[in-house]
Design a protein around this ligand. Sequence first.
Ligand code: PRP
Ligand code: URA
Length: 209
Amino acid sequence: MRETVHVLSHPLAQSFLTDIRDKDSDRAVVRSRIRALSVLLFYEATRDLPQETMKVATPLAETTGAHVGASVGLVPILRAGLGMVDGILEFLPEARVYHLGLFRDEKTLEPVEYYSRFSEDKPVDIVFVLDPMLATGGSACVAVARLKKWGAKKVKYLGLFAAPEGIRKLSEAHHDVEIYLGAIDSHLNNRGYIVPGMGDAGDRQFSGE
Ligand code: PRP
Ligand code: URA
């Protein structure tokens, strides 16, 4: 595995992934676990964020502190990536959020863009693409290419479940993008679903039974 691919190995992450996979977990459980896992992924993916040191006065003394020294953007891929936003914003409320709407054509499995909203001003210093499923990798490649066209210099990808095919495609198309994952699964089925995966990530969060 290339060193740009990082997989969470924490016991809590395994527990959250298991709840998400479980077909009997209801929408509330799936949502809460996706939210928690997204925070763990973000925590890992932000270890190298630049820091800005500053003086801070406690009730007892003055000391040196630090805040994040870079502008950060989150790009959830609609719909399924939406569930990854809120937990991360609790950690970094000042992050900007840019929405990108992509769906996969059911027959060709090719991504189709239906919405994007990127500001005209200078792109943020670092962008995190949020999407639970890295399946064929088509959507991730289109998303990263779109961000680079916008001018993004540093892009990281955060996903919950990935198929080897998707990792390969994204790494080959965008060597510079670091990939943070909850799990690498076995394969894609003939409908392009990750096996064992979690099924349809959008439906399980927003509209399923
Ligand atoms: C899912 C998922 C990814 C894409 C991954 O979205 O959230 O965006 O499929 O597949 P790929 O790697 O083969 O491109 P979907 O098209 O189901 O849309 P939805 O989130 O609106 O349900
Ligand atoms: N999109 C999903 O929602 N699930 C998969 O397994 C693959 C793509």
